[in-house]
Design a protein around this ligand. Structure first.
Ligand code: CU
Length: 161
């Protein structure tokens, strides 16, 4: 039990490190993050975009000097293979949160201009259909401590005893 509590504390600490939230009108962008990667390879940015407004909005582009080219992609399983599809836009319905996460929507950073190391901030600008622009930083690290990975960590800690 003591191990479980310590693991939870560690998981919460990680969450705080990625707790950046950006707001623009009714739009909220939470916990943008990216994985460590070498210069020249392709990276991916993840985040949660919530539309707290009353009207739909659309994410039409993501710009960043951190990569040669930036696209919005969605990964999906087809015939047992993970494939990526390029998206021209991502609809943000009112009252809904769209999650960019591994194996789903992601911001594809094609040809990283420099290496991404843990703790780095990767600057990007989100462009919406209204013309509004929102600057964010993808924090380089392991991502928010939600979903399957922290549970996996707890199970690993338990197996030591
Ligand atoms: Cu992709």
């Amino acid at each position: 039990m003591r191990t479980l509590i310590l693991s939870l504390a560690a998981a919460l600490t990680v969450t705080v490190a990625h707790a950046a939230t950006y707001r623009l009108g009714g739009l909220e962008v939470g916990q943008p993050w990216s994985r460590p990667a070498a210069a020249g390879v392709n990276g991916a940015g993840y985040m949660t975009v919530t539309n707290r407004g009353a009207t739909p909005d659309t994410l039409v582009a993501v710009e960043s000097s951190a990569a040669r080219k930036v696209e919005m992609h969605r990964s999906s399983m087809a015939g047992g293979l993970m494939t990526m599809q390029r998206l021209d836009s991502v609809l943000l319905p009112p009252g809904k949160a769209i999650t960019f996460a591994p194996a789903g929507y992601h911001v594809m950073l094609i040809g990283l201009t420099k290496a991404q190391k843990a703790g780095d901030a990767v600057p990007a600008t989100l462009v919406f259909s209204s013309g509004a622009r929102l600057k964010i930083d993808f924090t380089v690290g392991q991502g928010p401590a939600t979903g399957a990975s922290p549970m996996g960590g707890m199970q690993m800690d338990h197996s030591k005893h």
